[in-house]
Design a protein around this ligand. Structure first.
Ligand SMILES: [Zn+2]
Length: 82
């Protein structure tokens, strides 16, 4: 086994340990957002920005099926919720 392999393995374990808390937070937020998106879908509002009421856009929805805000509103929301 090469020396380099062991070192990068170790570094990965360290960084995973450091990130486990923030990963949990991100996963929790993703789950809440997925639930929220499902509710929006059930109300027939899928693909419509919940803040400004405009279409979110096919490209954004393809990349983020759980998105409930357009790019501009999401950026505004994140700047006030961080
Ligand atoms: Zn919007």
């Amino acid at each position: 086994m090469s020396k380099g392999f062991g070192e990068s393995d170790f570094a990965q374990v360290q960084s995973e340990r450091a990130n486990s808390q923030s990963i949990r937070e991100v996963l929790e937020r993703d789950r809440e957002q997925a639930d929220h998106a499902r509710d929006r879908r059930a109300q027939g509002a899928f693909g419509v920005c919940e803040d400004c009421g405009r279409q979110i856009g096919d490209e954004r929805l393809a990349a983020l099926p759980d998105a409930t805000r357009c790019v501009a509103c999401q950026a505004a929301w994140e700047s006030t919720n961080r």
